[in-house]
Design a protein around this ligand. Sequence first.
Ligand SMILES: Nc1ncnc2c1ncn2[C@@H]1O[C@H](COP(=O)(O)OP(=O)(O)O)[C@@H](O)[C@H]1O
Ligand SMILES: [Mg+2]
Length: 214
Amino acid sequence: MPLLRVDTVSHAFDYPLFENVSFTLEPKESMAILGVSGSGKSTLLHVCSTLLKPNRGEVVLCDHNIYHDNDDARLKLRRYDVGIIFQSHYLFKGFLANENVELASVISDRSIDKGILERLGIATFMNYRVGDLSGGQQQRVSIARVLAKKPKIIFADEPTGNLDDKTAQEVMNVLFEYVEKENAALLLVTHNQQLAKQCTYVRHLHLDGLKEES
Ligand SMILES: Nc1ncnc2c1ncn2[C@@H]1O[C@H](COP(=O)(O)OP(=O)(O)O)[C@@H](O)[C@H]1O
Ligand SMILES: [Mg+2]
């Protein structure tokens, strides 16, 4: 059973963004989505991750047809099974890094894997206030927070945008390892070709759907 099945999804705001987007993601699979700025990559990620009902098409996430299910089922899925890493991270700035990660684990009632903090290179500053950390450090805390709830599927919108190449690769290694070890899946929006080609699939978003070529 795929973790995510997207079937002929279309969406428009002021003008059509994309039409007939279809794909599936099985456990252990990852897909990179590339595309010019404004092509609708973030919108597609929102559609796939329970946040936005598309104009047309179906999204089946962990066996739930998410925009046909009631709001409760969708909220539950979002809380327990979906991990969303945004471009700008929404951490509680006045709290310690630790507290931000623990909060996620308390809400989902799942324990934190301390090894993940080591591999993200943030174990040593978990007692710092988030506001005192650099942008790159904050982004890694936000990724730890998402992994702390042990999601079945991760949606990441340019998660390494403000990291240097070496740190970006290390952070992606943690995400890829997580997907492999937990039988999860990853949908990644990125501009980084080097990182994109490490995914199972690389697709480009166009008005008429996802294509293998740009
Ligand atoms: N909630 C919204 N309401 C109206 N227009 C939106 C909304 N979200 C995004 N857009 C517009 O849709 C287009 C695609 O946005 P986005 O999905 O963020 O593209 P990308 O992530 O590929 O840069 C942009 O022109 C953006 O202004
Ligand atoms: Mg975007």
